[in-house]
Design a binder for this molecule. Structure first.
Ligand SMILES: [Mg+2]
Length: 181
């Protein structure tokens, strides 16, 4: 059986790194808390004082994110649960990360002890082409989850503050997954 799994916001606590980068990048102008990030597009969110990152600042933040990707913490329970899953499923990680992160990402997966896997780089909105035969797919991007769900791929949305409006089946945590498989 085949499992397709996104990386950022699913097995990696990627939002934490963005929230660390943004205050420095904006000289303290924007101070997002995780609960401020109600929309997928970072520019569409406001901090407590009503300030938002600009698209140009976000582009820079994304560059820095890619350079610092090795610092990201794994999501709680992800490594352990994936080892359990790997007894029955081939694990395929599918990421929309920048291609410059290829080495860092491969090393991060190894160093944190994720089970044997494949790793594919796929543009946002195109993962359905890669995950077509998956027995399930886990994603935090509400748009990509919606597309895969429409394609008939059993899709689970990993709970994040920026995907609360989606009606796709949701898991709150990696420990929660066991109820769905
Ligand atoms: Mg993601």
């Amino acid at each position: 059986m085949q499992a397709c799994i996104d990386i950022d916001g699913v097995i990696a606590k990627s939002l934490d790194l963005f929230l660390d980068i943004i205050p420095d990048l904006t000289d303290g102008r924007v101070n997002y808390k995780a609960t401020d990030i109600k929309n997928w597009k970072m520019e569409d969110n406001e901090d407590a004082l009503g300030n938002s990152i600009t698209p140009e600042e976000f582009e820079k933040a994304h560059e820095i994110f890619s350079q610092r990707a090795s610092e990201i913490e794994p999501m709680e329970g992800a490594v352990e649960t994936l080892h359990d899953l790997a007894l029955d499923f081939d694990i395929h990680f599918v990421t929309g990360r920048q291609h410059t992160t290829k080495e860092t990402t491969a090393m991060w997966l190894r160093e944190h002890g994720f089970p044997e896997h494949t790793l594919a780089y796929v543009e946002r909105g195109q993962k359905q082409n890669y995950c077509m035969d998956a027995d399930f797919f886990i994603e935090d991007d509400p748009l990509q989850a919606e597309i895969c769900n429409d394609w008939g791929i059993p899709t689970l949305l990993f709970d994040q503050p920026y995907n609360q409006n989606s009606h796709i089946n949701r898991i709150e945590s990696w420990h929660d997954l066991i109820n769905y498989i």
